[in-house]
Design a protein around this ligand. Structure first.
Ligand code: PBG
Length: 331
């Protein structure tokens, strides 16, 4: 890096006018960078506010289809859907997750029939379906890896048959990307994508999400035996490397802002499409501070999203997606 010295070099020169700042800007946020996560519930014309996520509502399928149309209209390339499973359908084995008539599969079919040109992403993990709220199957008090793989493959299969474009395994079982990729090849779904949550940390920032999908009261204990230790960096690279080898098309780092260093290192060292997930807790924090008058909501939102682009992410999962898209489109 070559730098000049004062006064011949005055970095403030290029900052003086807006047109000049616009010219030298290194990173920018576009609508194409956004992935919009949505929560689905049963019913017709039903919407339930998620108290810890201002502006976010869980919606029945008919309203989710409207959101899909809205996303398309705004230019958001893809939406991700997460189900709230009725309590009476939850079991220890999470069978509802592999039911082809479950809420998620019905939602995917409805979206694909009415808004065919939007990317639909489905979560692959058992936590919305299990009585214990863990992402996998429990054997002798431990989330069993290989037993869970079988269930995940079946879940991925029914979601793909329903029309899902991108499977996003968020379960953190070892070998799940290979297992899902083998199934897709075998069943001739050669063009189904896998966006793997490669570096998903055992984080406190998922709290509001668990309220949204209704798994808070189910979950006993944490997810530390499969999600990553927040203290680790090298391990994130190994996880990402394994998922790439196993056939992932892109990877996710989650949460987002507390893990910008991980995004930066993965994109720099692996040169692979990497997405940031600005999770529910990050969204809640920004809103809570703004509600107290401590932060400017709009500015904090835009700055937080730009930070992911600066770190190297090629896109961001964010609950701010529709608001941001409108703002960008108006500029
Ligand atoms: C479930 C899943 C979680 C999130 C996405 N998929 C929660 C968890 O692992 O407990 C969190 C998303 C968010 O907080 O916004 N496997």
């Amino acid at each position: 890096m070559i730098t000049g010295s004062f006064p011949n070099s005055r970095p403030r020169r290029s900052r003086k006018n807006m047109w000049s700042r616009d010219m030298v800007r290194e990173n920018s946020l576009s609508v194409n960078d956004l992935i919009w996560p949505l929560f689905v519930q049963e019913g017709d014309n039903q919407a339930t506010a998620v108290s810890s996520m201002p502006g976010v509502k869980r919606m029945s399928i008919d309203l989710i289809v409207e959101r899909a149309a809205e996303a398309k209209e705004l230019g958001i390339p893809a939406i991700a859907i997460f189900p709230q499973t009725p309590e009476d359908l939850k079991t220890d084995e999470g069978y509802e997750g592999v039911n082809p008539e479950n809420l998620i599969c019905r939602t995917v079919r409805a979206i694909k029939s009415q808004v065919p040109d939007i990317g639909v992403i489905c979560d692959v993990a058992l936590d919305p379906y299990t009585t214990h709220g863990q992402d996998g199957l429990i054997k002798n008090g431990y989330v069993d890896n290989d037993l869970t793989l079988e269930a995940l493959v079946n879940q991925a299969h029914i979601q793909t048959k329903a029309g899902c474009d991108i499977l996003a395994p968020s379960d953190m079982m070892d070998g799940r990307v290979a297992a899902i990729r083998n199934m897709l090849e075998e069943k001739k779904f050669h063009n189904s994508q896998i966006m793997a949550y490669s570096a998903k940390y055992a984080s406190a920032f998922y709290g509001p999400f668990r309220e949204a999908v209704g798994s808070t009261s189910n979950l006993k204990g944490g997810k530390e035996t499969y999600q990553m230790d927040p203290a680790n960096t090298d391990e994130a690279l190994r996880e990402a490397g394994m998922d790439i080898n196993e056939g992932a098309d892109s990877i996710i780092v989650k949460p987002g802002m507390p893990y910008l260093d991980i995004i930066e290192r993965i994109t720099r060292e692996l040169n692979f499409p990497t997405y940031a997930y600005q999770v529910s807790g990050e969204y809640a924090m920004i809103h809570a501070a703004a509600a107290n008058g401590w932060l400017d909501l709009d500015k904090a939102m835009m700055e937080s999203l730009l930070s992911f682009k600066r770190a190297g992410a090629c896109g961001i999962w964010t609950y701010f997606a529709p608001v941001v898209a409108k703002k960008i489109n108006q500029q």
